[in-house]
Design a protein around this ligand. Structure first.
Ligand code: PLP
Length: 413
């Protein structure tokens, strides 16, 4: 029989927009014994997690819990549960993850209207608000931080406009949650999806979400009771329910997930014990650090990285006025093979940075400064290694200037 070697993953310095390095405390949490999903000790951990998620999302919403699956499972759960077939949705798109919202909305049979912005920029909130007045959607779906282009969309004015018009505002904050402020209540966001493997520094595999009473009302109106094949409870609904399931997914039915995350603890799936431990520990770390302190830390290391890259002579990609603080995109210099640089960084220095998608493929590198990866030794190692690798590839740089500029930023704090 073939013998397989014992697992021995390398210790990497991960400077991508996710997955990122995980705090040793979270890794330890992943190794603890399994509890039954209705064990009172476990359900108490679930309740703690809900409380900490409310703090993270800066919300008083009752509903705040993780969906099991990667971040897009949270997006699918929210869109599938909130969008009724035929609902009009407006999606302002400024990068790849806007396209994902579009694709999922199409799958759940929304009538989709979209507006697009050139990659590397974001919308002026007024542009979105005028599209809202023109299209009159039932929902607006938007990305907060676009990891594909390294841009961040201001949301508060759009949220307020949606609230005044009675439109549900749904935001993908997968890349920003835990790294930059996501003020769910203040910005009038009705449903938010976060991610674990980005600024929370927990492995990929859960999607924390929150939604308010307006969103819950829509979900509950589509709720069914379980009786063999599910039958609607409402007097008018059975006819509709025969034609199509009321929420078109079982796994992503937030009405059922809610019942599992409520004191009723109605059985749905088997909760991912180890991931719940990991998320709970990751949230504990975030709240121990303090949200504002954590956001300031992300800003500090971003400044050092940016100062270093620019002093080295590299050019950043995208409109600097809407830069996503946790992702820095670099234009690959003329004549340099971007993939060869990434490969040497990984194999010679053990450092991973990201390439890019679609029209940006081969044109930019993306560097993440997220969560546990966002720290001084990582930023300095990356700047030193990148300079060495670029010189090796024949690039003309201001040798030595990058690290000094970053050190200057650190000296000032
Ligand atoms: C990473 C990311 C996702 C998708 O996350 P998965 O965990 O890979 O499913 C969605 N939206 C944004 C903005 C992201 O950065």
């Amino acid at each position: 029989m073939k013998r397989y070697a014992e697992l021995a993953p390398s210790q990497r310095t991960i400077m991508t927009p996710g997955p990122v390095e995980v705090d040793p405390r979270v890794l330890r949490a992943l190794s603890y014994p399994i509890l039954g999903q209705f064990d009172p000790q476990f359900t108490a951990y679930m309740n703690d997690t809900m409380e900490m998620l409310r703090a993270l999302f800066r919300t008083t919403n009752h509903w705040a819990f993780p969906v099991d699956g990667t971040s897009r499972s949270g997006i699918e759960a929210v869109l599938t549960s909130l969008i009724e077939p035929g609902d009009k949705v407006l999606i302002p798109i400024y990068g790849r993850f806007g396209n994902l919202l579009y694709e999922i909305a199409e799958r759940v049979c929304a009538e989709v209207a979209f507006i697009e912005k050139e990659w590397g920029t974001v919308f002026d909130p007024e542009e979105v608000i005028s599209a809202i007045h023109r299209e009159k959607p039932a929902l607006v779906l938007m990305v907060h931080g676009e990891t594909s282009t390294g841009r961040m969309q201001p949301l508060s004015e759009i949220g307020k406009a949606c609230r005044e018009l009675g439109i549900l505002f749904v935001v993908d904050a997968v890349a920003t949650i835990g790294g930059v402020p996501v003020n769910t209540d203040e910005w009038c966001i009705d449903a938010v999806i976060g991610g674990t493997q980005k600024c929370l520094s927990v492995p990929s595999g859960m999607a924390p979400i929150t939604y308010n009473e307006l969103a819950a009302a829509k979900i509950n109106a589509r709720k069914t009771i379980e009786r063999g094949l599910r039958t609607a409870t409402d007097s008018e609904l059975p006819n509709l329910a025969i034609k199509r399931p009321v929420i078109q997914s079982n796994y992503f039915d937030l009405a059922q997930l809610q019942d599992y995350w409520s004191p009723a603890r109605l059985n749905h799936h088997t909760e991912m014990t180890s991931m719940l431990y990991a998320l709970r520990e990751g949230l504990r770390l975030v709240l121990e650090e303090g949200l504002d302190e954590r956001f300031a830390r992300h800003r500090l290391h971003e400044s050092a990285l940016v100062a270093g890259l620019e002093a080295m002579g590299l050019t950043l990609y995208g409109d600097p006025n809407c830069k996503l603080p946790v992702v820095t995109c670099i234009t690959i210099p003329e004549g340099i093979d971007g993939e060869s640089v990434r490969s040497m960084l990984l194999h010679t220095f053990g450092i991973e940075i990201a390439s890019s998608f679609g029209s940006l493929k081969g044109k930019i590198w993306r560097i993440g400064t997220m969560g546990y990866s966002c720290r001084q030794p990582n930023v300095l190692q990356l700047l030193g290694a990148l300079e060495a690798v670029l010189i090796r590839h024949g690039a003309k740089l201001h040798t030595g200037a990058g690290l000094q500029a970053a050190l200057d930023v650190y000296d000032q704090t």
